[in-house]
Design a protein around this ligand. Structure first.
Ligand code: CA
Length: 221
């Protein structure tokens, strides 16, 4: 019996998905459509998508910011969890991958809730800030290029209402963050980001070993 989080083997992970995952058919289809694709490792884990959907419902979230759309799998989980008048502003630079996303958002009938901005996310975030969107979002999900994590976080924090939540993906980065010999730029960026958040008085912090590491930061009033 362990009192720390288990490193799941395939057998236990499949059990977890078997008893714990309620994935809509359209989500399963999207996952299947991107399986084996060059960048399929970038898709969020299904149990993580479900967890974020639950968080949105718990918070009665209406406005969501997503940085890093990829094929829109996490976007779709969140869009399905939002009320009819909910909205997701999602940022990506890849026309190729978000093209796949559009198809499944339409199938699910949630395309009207999703606004995709195809250009560098920092431009979109700065424009939102310049146009008075400060403190207007309930939830933000950061899952894009790691060297910009801090810049995404700072802007997301400004765009979030007090009591709003930021979820940051890949904060354990395959374990490399704990390996002092790993000096890859992405690893260094995530490591510095994690260390910054540890002492950040503006937030409540929880760091979960879900999927590749999921950090939750609640904006204090
Ligand atoms: Ca990710």
């Amino acid at each position: 019996m362990a009192n720390k989080t288990l490193n799941l083997d395939d057998q236990l992970y499949n059990y977890l998905l078997g008893v714990g995952l309620r994935e809509a058919q359209v989500l399963r289809d999207l996952r299947a459509a991107t399986e084996g694709e060059e960048m399929s490792v970038m898709r969020s884990a299904p149990e993580q998508g479900q967890f974020m959907a639950l968080l949105l419902k718990l918070m009665h979230a209406k406005r969501v910011l997503e940085i890093g759309t990829y094929t829109g799998y996490a976007t779709l989980w969140m869009a399905l969890a939002l009320p009819k008048d909910g909205e997701i502003v999602t940022c990506d630079i890849s026309e190729q991958w978000t093209f796949v996303a559009h198809r499944f958002w339409e199938t699910a009938g949630v395309q009207d809730k999703i606004h995709l901005h195809l250009r560098p996310a920092l431009e979109t975030l700065d424009e939102l800030l310049a146009h008075g969107a400060t403190s207007s979002f309930d939830f933000a999900f950061i899952d894009a290029d790691k060297v910009n994590y801090d810049a995404y976080f700072e802007r997301s924090l400004a765009l979030l209402r007090p009591g709003g939540l930021i979820a940051v993906d890949n904060t354990l980065w395959g374990g490399s963050v704990a390996d002092a010999d790993n000096c890859e730029p992405d690893t260094e960026a995530i490591r510095a980001f994690n260390e910054k958040l540890r002492n950040d008085e503006r937030i409540e912090l929880a760091m979960l070993p879900v999927a590749d590491g999921l950090t939750l930061a609640l904006k204090r009033p």
